[in-house]
Design a protein around this ligand. Structure first.
Ligand SMILES: Cc1ncc(COP(=O)(O)O)c(C=O)c1O
Length: 455
């Protein structure tokens, strides 16, 4: 038999076997035993298509960015309704590339320069803010509002200074921040907006998907997120100059934009004259920025292609689980602050957030320990108050020691941010949460709170 034909036949056989394994795995789901089986806050939800795509990509053995990579980039751009999506290794690297793109020489006079300020919040994930500091910019922290857990937009004007150049914030746990107010603030003052959309795939504001409002937006595909590629992320933009900056920063900082394995896309490979290089120096090795290498592999992208097909279903399941908790826990509001969607939004929730009221007859840590003891996973709202994390107190101490300027600025009190740090936690709403699991979570929360209120 022709070796090509033989390979095709063997591949088909292998893929059928892989799908069989996926089917076996889904049939072997263990029975849920309340209090004994874990109720996870999130996790991978996958099946035949993900495993088969992954195996197919493994057999192809392209490994680096290839056909699956292109397919996922095109699919994501179409799903969000933006012009471009570029895949990277994680949500954190997406944030790094997005913020670095704002400092790119490609932007000319619009580029951010060391010491420029970026308005953000401290109640969130550290790597929304880390690149700001790492790139020599200065984060300016403003408080969040409860119960949306998003940036308090009434604080924006007071936080602005001569050096403010951008706003970089996340849609907290899937709840869109007030995109109307933030976009208007950015427009009025000529600021860039980066939406950290890592926890909000499918959320909408005034009917439009989040991740499409900012100059740039970032996605994470780490397993707890709305869709997964294991590790992985993406940057979205509809701006061609920012796209060039993002792509180059992701791909070593090179000036050339050939896909991997391709030469001479620009048709001028040996004709460019750039920097102080000799005329005609191979464009493949011309660097117009000092970049990184943060490309996703084709194996990961192959999984992502299958996950993207299910994303609408995942979003619907997350909303249904959140709605269930909101209904089932409504009468606990004497002791717990229940979450609320931002006005004019339809969140695609990452979690169900609860804050123990000041004066409740129990504390957050006691409730969390109770739930964890019943095998119900809980999570903090990430860093709580990032300013109080050791990474930041160390930066402050180092600045003092060396006489350098403060590494960040705090605008106004971060009172709600401290409430988040001290009294907030969340439970999962991911699509793998079954009806018996979520009923058990609601029952455990209710019986604990009612029991304490009666005492
Ligand atoms: C809001 C937010 N941004 C960024 C990230 C980082 O994503 P990754 O874990 O893919 O680096 C996370 C992580 O969960 C996140 O919640």
């Amino acid at each position: 038999m022709d070796p090509k034909e033989q390979e095709k036949r063997l591949t088909a056989e292998i893929l059928e076997r892989v799908r069989e394994i996926a089917r076996l795995r889904s049939e072997a789901e263990p029975e849920f035993v309340p209090g004994k089986s874990p109720v996870r806050y999130a996790g991978r939800v996958y099946g035949e298509a993900e495993m088969s795509n992954l195996a197919e990509s493994a057999i192809e053995f392209w490994l680096t960015s290839g056909r699956w990579h292109r397919r996922l980039e095109e699919g994501l751009a179409a799903w969000y309704g933006v012009t471009h999506a570029r895949l990277v290794t994680s949500g954190s690297s997406a944030n790094l590339v997005a913020v670095a793109a704002l400092t790119s020489p490609y932007l000319g006079d619009r580029r951010l320069r060391a010491g420029d300020e970026v308005i953000t919040v401290a109640a969130g994930f550290p790597t929304t803010v880390a690149p700001v500091v790492q790139l020599g910019l200065v984060p300016v922290f403003v408080d969040v509002a409860i119960p949306t857990y998003n940036i308090d937009v009434s604080r924006l004007e007071a936080a602005r200074s001569e050096r403010t150049r951008a706003v970089v914030v996340a849609h907290t746990l899937g709840n869109p921040f007030d995109l109307g107010a933030v976009s208007e603030f950015c427009r009025r003052h000529g600021l860039f907006l980066v939406e950290d959309n890592c926890d909000a795939a499918g959320s909408r504001y005034r009917g439009r998907k989040t991740g499409t409002f900012g100059d740039l937006a970032t996605l994470s595909f780490y397993p707890p997120h709305h869709m997964t590629t294991g590790e992985g992320g993406a940057v979205l933009t509809s701006d061609d100059t920012l796209l060039r900056a993002v792509e180059s920063l992701r791909d070593w900082g090179r000036d050339c934009w050939c896909a991997s394995g391709v030469d001479n896309t620009c048709k001028r490979r040996f004709e460019w004259e750039l920097g102080e290089l000799p005329k005609g120096y191979d464009h493949k090795y011309v660097y117009s920025q000092l970049g990184f290498n943060l490309k996703m592999t084709d194996l990961q992208a192959a999984v992502g292609v299958a996950q993207l097909d299910r994303l609408d279903g995942f979003v619907a399941a997350r909303r249904a689980n959140w709605d269930f908790f909101r209904g089932a826990l409504a009468d606990l509001s004497e002791a717990l602050v229940l979450p609320e969607p931002t006005a004019e939004s339809e969140p695609s929730w990452f979690g169900f957030t609860l804050t123990v009221r000041d004066g409740a007859p129990f504390g957050r840590d006691e409730l969390v320990r109770h739930l964890e003891g019943r095998k119900i996973q809980t999570r903090m709202l990430f860093a709580g108050n990032l300013v109080r994390q050791p990474a930041m107190t160390d930066l402050v101490a180092e600045a003092r020691r060396t006489g350098r300027p403060a590494p960040f600025r705090v605008s106004g009190a971060l009172a709600h941010t401290d409430v988040v740090m001290n009294r907030t936690f969340w439970v999962g709403v991911y699509p793998g949460l079954t009806a018996p699991m979520r009923a058990f979570v609601a029952e455990e929360l209710s019986s604990f709170v009612r029991g304490r209120l009666r005492r």
